[in-house]
Design a binder for this molecule. Structure first.
Ligand code: 1HN
Length: 351
């Protein structure tokens, strides 16, 4: 090596040291990569066992305490340190035992519940008592008061999905406890949101932000529609028979940061592979199948059965197969795609 080159290297090392001291770095210098998220599957049996055990050893605390909610959180192995399902969303499974109350609070993070087991427990959102039936989706958009009560004789279990990691990353996370007691008063009649904000509704021009309204989507309606669409042959090659849950006023996603979908894979159906931005967390409402993520020697097969959950990273090629020849399979899924769309970052590629 010439004397000039050695001289330059010495000066470059000195420059790096000097910049480091002043919190500066050269564009040409290496940096640590953000971890690549891995496709993953969580068996319901394991989640359920841990959740039931947590019900015996972890009491529900008061609002503001770490144990104010009893949830078992799904963690991507690439995000163990930050305890997160994806870089934006958290999926957890919550247990409220008979007679228990999870006290009222609100936060800037948006939340939703997808009900797995309930015989009539309820969650209260903004003064409306919402009875939870299996397969129902209840929205708790950002800054909505919410508390949960189980006045039945059976455990109630649901999936919680929150945009806490996105909100935290943007340094926009804060919240508060309900000032007047454990549960907020019920101020609205049953079915209020669906009647006031649904397809037939009063004038909403005085509502401050129609993108942030509580809402309930009923499983019975979703299931019936999926079957009618299947009969009419209304299906996508890439997703089977699929419905998006939308905000009835904006027509956009359920909430600005979380998109929700439900799809039915007909008996024996295999979808074609596609790849898109936005990471997706799935929950098998019923049925059994395999989702292949990645292609060729890199492919991972995620085998799922009833209530299992699985994760497909952004830009991962994926295709689904219903492994039953006789029964349909249903997948509920949540995605950060609305954020990518809002930022004009969404892309899709089809096989
Ligand atoms: C939360 O507030 C609830 O209100 C559930 O039920 C799960 C996970 C992370 C952060 C806050 C709830 C949560 C959560």
């Amino acid at each position: 090596m010439s004397a000039t080159n050695t001289d330059m290297e010495t000066r470059l090392d000195a420059l790096h040291a000097r910049m480091k001291k002043s919190s500066l770095a050269g564009h040409w210098q290496e940096r640590k990569r953000r971890p690549d998220l891995v496709p993953w599957r969580w068996k319901w049996e394991t989640i359920y066992d841990c959740l039931i055990e947590s019900g015996e050893v972890m009491p529900i605390g008061h609002a503001g305490e770490r144990n104010a909610r009893r949830t078992v959180q799904l963690i991507n192995p690439s995000l163990v340190d930050v305890k997160a399902t994806s870089k934006t969303l958290q999926m957890s499974v919550q247990l409220v035992k008979p007679g228990e109350v999870a006290e009222a609070h609100r936060h800037t993070a948006a939340a939703l519940r997808f009900i797995v087991a309930s015989t009539g427990a309820y969650t209260t959102v903004e003064g409306e008592q919402m009875i939870m039936e299996p397969g129902d989706l209840v929205l708790t958009p950002n800054w909505n008061w919410h508390d949960h009560a189980n006045n039945t004789d059976d455990n109630v279990i649901w999936l919680d999905v929150l945009d806490v990691h996105l909100t935290g990353h943007l340094d926009g996370m804060f919240g508060e406890q309900f000032p007047e007691g454990a549960a907020q008063p019920i101020t609205k009649p049953d079915g209020y949101s669906r009647k006031r904000f649904g397809a037939m509704r009063p004038d909403t021009s005085d509502i401050a932000d129609v993108a942030l309204l509580p809402y309930v989507y009923k499983w019975a309606e979703a299931e019936a529609t999926l079957h009618e669409m299947a009969e009419a042959g209304e299906a996508s090659d890439y997703d089977g028979v699929i419905l998006e849950y939308t905000n009835p006023i904006t027509g956009g996603p359920t909430m600005p940061t979380i998109g929700c979908w439900v799809q039915m894979l007909r008996p024996g159906e295999s979808t074609r592979a596609h790849s898109h931005t936005g990471s997706t967390i799935y929950h098998a409402v019923g049925g059994a199948g395999v989702t292949t993520v990645g292609r060729g020697s890199e492919a991972t097969e995620l085998t799922w059965g009833e209530h299992d959950c699985f994760f497909v990273p952004s830009l991962g090629w994926h295709e689904h197969r219903n492994t039953s020849k006789t029964e349909p399979a249903y997948l509920f899924s949540v995605t950060d795609r609305p954020v990518l769309q809002a930022l004009h970052l969404h892309r899709e590629e089809r096989a």
